[in-house]
Structure formats: structure tokens, C-alpha cells
Design a protein around this ligand. Structure first.
Ligand code: NAD
Length: 305
């Protein structure tokens, strides 16, 4: 029996690890939505949906296998389909395989509901978000990617264990690109409005090693267990909640930043219309150079497709 829930979220690639982790996170977070799983492997989508539906009986959301036609008429369409990194493979090398996947998915989804929001999670997420926007025909503010939200969470967890302050009270972002060109926005990082680097327990911390640890975390997990999915599943579910509501919460997501003329991982306020505003971030000269490197990498990759 399906619950009477008003909103529909579809996950393309829902038969895979990230898709299923996202659906599970949406259900256990108590999101009151019908979650549909769509996958090129019908059997995988069916299996994941049946398993997740067993977790939903005491919660407001529901989960079942869906079709592309149903997915195209959803309020939020999450894309987790495609190839994933092999051990030590950079995200950027997935582009040739995954851009064809995105193109064919957008064709299959049409007609797409005019008010739908698309959330791209597949890698390389900044470039694929650009391709998804162009091939979906939806306005830029309705098509976003998970960007550096996961990386920023990893950063906040690390900073929490150093400072002793909850990660929820630490304002710090990984920026630019969800990939090897991401950088830490130290100039803007703060706790209660005070620069984070002024915190007494940050004295003597090796910032380069800290960056390296965050940057390498996905590679460590992939080496140990084959893929990463719980962290990104929770991130994608949280972003979906923001897209289903009107909280205007700020997240570092892939969004089109007019000032730089491309999709990139950058803080934006998210609500029912998608991106409500892309924000300005304080950067020093060194960070501006790193930002330019990330922008050049994204624009370079996008120009090939
Ligand atoms: N953005 C992030 O922070 C982040 C984090 C982790 C993984 N990822 C990315 O998420 C993607 C999925 O990773 P995974 O671990 O779930 O992989 P997976 O192999 O477990 O799942 C991928 C699923 O996509 C399906 N698929 C392939 N082509 C399809 C198509 N044309 N239409 C519908 N379904 C299709 C496959 O059948 C499979 O079920 C990868 O690109 C990975 O790099 C992103």
C-alpha cells in the first residue's frame, strides 16, 4: 500500500549503492515523499526498493520501483547513475563514460515537469551538472549538483575534533570543484563569527596535511570497501529536503555562478525553486588563484562536450 504523500522524488541509478543510500536516508530522515527508484537494471531497482520499503513501515515516506515516465514528472529528480571511481582513479576520468549516461537519461525522462529540480550526484559532478542542465532544458536555477557538500562535511568533522566545537557550529567550506582541484576557504571559515584560524586549538595545525586528509578520504574508503555511499547518501537526502521546502539554507553545491560564468561548487541558498541566490565568499589572493584553477578545469572539461 502506498501512503498518501504529496511529493515525489525519483532516483535514477536507484539500483546502485549511492542511489539506494540516498533513498534510505530520505526514508529514515522522515521525509514525507514517495521515493521512486529507476535503473537500467530493473532487477536492481526492484530489489533495493523492496528492501528499503521494509524500513519505511513506521515512517511517513514510501519507496518503490518507478519508470522514467513517472520520474520525469517528479518534484526532485536525483541522478546517481553511471560509472564510479576505481581505486586511485580521479573523478575527472569518469567524464567520457558518464556524459553519455546523463544524455540518455535526460532523453528518457522527457517530458520533464516544468517545476522539477534536478540534483546530480554522479561524477564528475560539476561537469555533469552543466551537461544535465543543457540536455534537460530546465532553467539553470533548477539544476544543481551535490558539489563539495560532502567534502565540506568531512572538513567540519575534522575541525570539530580539533576545536571541540560541534561540526554544526563550524562554518567552513571546501570550494571550487568536487575533485582534485577543490580548495579550503580558510579566509571565510569561522566559529561564531570569529575567524576559525584564530581559535586557540588551531594554532600549530598543519593546514596542508589537513587538506590532504580530506582530499584523500574518498580514495581511502574506495580502496578499503570499493565505493563511498553512506555519506553522500545523507548529503543528497538533505539537499533534497531543502529542495522540497523553503528554508533557504546555504549549502556548498554545484550551481551556476554568473560572476564566473560556469557551474562550480560554491555556497548557495536552496529552496523550493532550486538556487535562490549564489553567495559571495571572502577569499585571499592564494585562494583566488586556486579558485581560478578549479574554474579553468571545469570550463576546460565542459568545452569538450
Ligand atoms: N558527488 C559525490 O560526492 C559522489 C560520492 C560518491 C559517488 N558518487 C558517484 O555516484 C555515481 C554512482 O556510484 P555508485 O557507487 O552508486 O555506483 P553503482 O555502480 O553502485 O551504481 C550505479 C548505478 O547506475 C546504474 N546505471 C548505469 N547506467 C544507467 C542509465 N543509463 N540509466 C539508469 N541507471 C543506470 C547502474 O545499473 C547502477 O545500478 C558514480 O558516478 C560515483 O562516482 C558521487
Amino acid at each position: 500500500m502506498s501512503a498518501s504523500v504529496g511529493q515525489r522524488v525519483s532516483i535514477i541509478g536507484g539500483g546502485g549503492n549511492v542511489g539506494a543510500a540516498t533513498a534510505f536516508a530520505l526514508i529514515v530522515k522522515g521525509v514525507s515523499a514517495e521515493v521512486l527508484l529507476v535503473d537500467v537494471s530493473d532487477k536492481a531497482a526492484e530489489g533495493q526498493a523492496l528492501d528499503i520499503s521494509d524500513a519505511s513501515f513506521s515512517l511517513p515516506g514510501t519507496c518503490r520501483k518507478g519508470s522514467y515516465k513517472e520520474a520525469g514528472q517528479s518534484d526532485v529528480i536525483i541522478i546517481t547513475a553511471g560509472a564510479r571511481q576505481q581505486p586511485n582513479e580521479p573523478r575527472s576520468s569518469l567524464i567520457d563514460r558518464n556524459y553519455k549516461v546523463i544524455q540518455s537519461i535526460m532523453d528518457s525522462l522527457k517530458p520533464i515537469k516544468a517545476t522539477a529540480k534536478i540534483l546530480v550526484v554522479s561524477n564528475p559532478v560539476d561537469v555533469l551538472t552543466d551537461i544535465a542542465q543543457k540536455t534537460s532544458g530546465l532553467p539553470r536555477h533548477q539544476v544543481i549538483g551535490s558539489g563539495t557538500y560532502l567534502d565540506s562535511g568531512r572538513l567540519r568533522n575534522e575541525l570539530s575534533s580539533i576545536t571541540g566545537v560541534s561540526p554544526r557550529s563550524i562554518h567552513a567550506y571546501m570550494l571550487g570543484e568536487h575533485g582534485d582541484n577543490q580548495f579550503t576557504g580558510w579566509s571565510a571559515a569561522n566559529i561564531a563569527g570569529r575567524p576559525l584560524l584564530d581559535h586557540s586549538r588551531m594554532k600549530g595545525v598543519d593546514l596542508d596535511s589537513l587538506y590532504e586528509k580530506i582530499q584523500r578520504k574518498a580514495y581511502v574508503i574506495i580502496d578499503a570497501k570499493g565505493s563511498t555511499f553512506y555519506g553522500i547518501g545523507m548529503c543528497a537526502a538533505t539537499l533534497t529536503q531543502a529542495l522540497l521546502s523553503n528554508t533557504s539554507q546555504v549549502f556548498p553545491v554545484t550551481n551556476y555562478v554568473e560572476q564566473y560564468g560556469c557551474y562550480m561548487s560554491w555556497p548557495a541558498a536552496i529552496g523550493y525553486d532550486g538556487v535562490e541566490q549564489s553567495l559571495d565568499v571572502k577569499l585571499d589572493d592564494e585562494e583566488r588563484k586556486k579558485l581560478q584553477t578549479a574554474i579553468d578545469a571545469i570550463k576546460g572539461a565542459c568545452s569538450g562536450y
